[in-house]
Design a protein around this ligand. Structure first.
Ligand code: SF4
Length: 493
């Protein structure tokens, strides 16, 4: 039996716009695509939650149960159109294009408004292509589309009591942009179908499209031609210059003509060539001089969901659910460790503020890695729990940012591979590492905390995640102690 012709869904159309090679893989070598990681799954889950809240704005809406087969989904949706009620996930096929509408709203003269729901807080170019593909498909399938709207998150909304979907979302009319963008959709679909049908994958060079509008899943495959070490993409703040070098066949930073490097890049290249750290001892000593005992090493983990889970918080506002604090009373003293991981049933901010006010004392430096983040978290929490405002104002002045010497090239170790993040700096200069941890970055920490706190999960799973979170956050604060110790040793050499 002949295979049914391929129909191009909206998500594949958008992938095709990002890169034809990615599209080809989706249809010809799907098995080589990596699975979805925890952080990506969290983004999908959040999108689903946002969509469900948007649907509440249409209480008489009807959900069309998803059918795997586009033709069957289309038949069900055509039937549902007769009801003239808002429809969720109605899907239509036209000329080998297939689109599911988040919400179709009946309007006058038998027409419909198309409403797409997004978790973002503003309009993006890709939203116009998205709406254009849908409008093209629905109109081709015989629907009269009056307008296209994008419903996105309103980041000014503050939760007070239950979620108010009418305030949580902002609805923008993008009909004109979608109509303009629609003109090239048919042509684009045809080109994509040709790409999919080709035996050979398209020859596409790596480029900015690999991370825009989103990180491509094929990066591990397409970028594997780069040398394992010292490749041009680790060059400090090199932007488009890296692609120019690639076009010239330069892959290793050592091959870049020295006169084309700026001062920091030259320091970096020299450090990789010699295998030695670059240290500006005068500047490093200046940095170290500002640190006074007792020294507090503080690290927060936060959640920032699109739909706020606590009263008096906004969409995407960072709310601390965990901190790790190590206190070193005086030079040479052993650190004393404190930690807190919120149970999640109530807003954790009052407890975090109360504990930190006690534990951070009145004097001494508070060290954080990228301190503006920790400062902002405390400030935002104190703006809600206003009794803490005077304390928050005072404590902010005591922060010292341990990122500074690395960001400013006061210290650079070749093991950092061009990055100043603690995840790179810690192993490079101390040998400690995040490898082997079940949770090894802040994004996954937030996603996992949300998953086991606000969903109905097995108790064993919850406890396992909570134990992994404690280990991860602990390494961030302990890691800062090690990094500072190492900087001090090297400053006096
Ligand atoms: S990694 Fe880049 S070149 Fe490779 S498929 Fe993805 S976008 Fe295309």
């Amino acid at each position: 039996m002949d295979k049914p012709p391929i129909v191009l869904s909206k998500s594949k159309f958008l992938e095709g716009l990002q890169c034809p090679k990615l599209l080809w893989y989706e249809y010809n070598r799907k098995k080589d695509l990596p699975g979805i990681d925890a952080a990506t799954q969290a983004v999908f889950d959040e999108g689903r939650r946002v969509g469900e809240w948007a649907q509440k704005l249409y209480p008489d809406g009807i959900r069309i149960e998803r059918d795997f087969d586009p033709q069957r989904q289309s038949q069900k949706s055509i039937e549902a159109l007769k009801l003239r009620q808002p429809l969720f996930e109605a899907g239509f096929v036209y000329n080998r294009a297939y689109a599911l509408a988040d919400i179709l709203v009946p309007v006058e003269n038998d027409a419909w408004d198309l409403v797409e729901v997004k978790s973002s807080t503003q309009l993006k170019d890709e939203h116009y292509a998205d709406a254009a593909f849908q409008k093209y498909t629905y109109e081709g399938a015989g629907l009269k589309i009056r307008g296209c709207y994008l419903m996105h998150i309103n980041n000014e909304y503050v939760r007070r009591g239950g979620i108010e979907p009418a305030k949580l979302f902002t609805k923008e009319n993008i009909t004109a942009e979608a109509e303009h963008r629609q003109k090239t959709v048919a042509q684009e679909i045809n080109s994509m179908l040709e790409v999919i049908a080709a035996r050979e994958m398209p020859d596409v060079k790596v480029g900015p499209q690999c991370s825009s509008p989103r990180d491509c899943q094929l990066e591990d495959i397409c970028w594997s031609f780069l040398p394992d070490k010292d490749h041009i993409f680790i060059l400090y703040r090199a932007g488009k210059f890296r692609y120019e070098l690639l076009d010239r066949g330069i892959l290793n930073i050592a091959e870049i003509p020295p006169e084309e490097l700026n001062e920091k890049q030259a320091l970096q290249v020299r450090s990789h060539q010699t295998g030695e750290a670059h240290i500006d001892r005068a500047a490093l000593n200046e940095f170290l001089k500002q640190i006074s005992y007792p020294v507090y090493f503080l690290d927060f983990e936060t959640i920032a969901p699109a739909v706020p889970v606590y009263d008096n918080s906004r969409p995407y506002q960072e709310v601390p659910f965990q901190y790790s604090l190590d206190v070193v009373e005086k030079e040479g003293a052993e650190p004393v460790h404190y930690e807190y991981l919120a149970p999640g049933d109530v807003d954790p901010r009052p407890e975090v503020l109360k504990q930190l006010k006690e534990r951070l004392g009145e004097a001494g430096s508070i060290i954080a890695y990228y301190a503006p983040f920790e400062i902002k978290v405390i400030k935002n929490a104190a703006e809600v729990y206003r009794d803490y405002l005077p304390w928050s104002d005072a404590v902010q002045k005591r922060f010292v940012d341990l990122l500074e010497p690395f960001k400013n090239f006061v210290y650079y170790h070749p093991g950092q591979e061009g990055s100043a993040s603690l995840k790179r700096v810690l192993p490079a200069i101390t040998g400690s590492s995040y490898q082997g941890l079940e949770i090894s970055n802040g994004q996954v920490a937030a996603a996992e905390y949300y998953r086991v706190t606000f969903n109905d999960v097995d108790e064993k799973d919850r406890q396992k995640v909570r134990a992994a979170l404690l280990k991860y956050c602990d390494l961030d604060s302990r890691g800062m102690i090690e990094v500072l110790r190492s900087l001090r040793q090297q400053a006096v050499k």
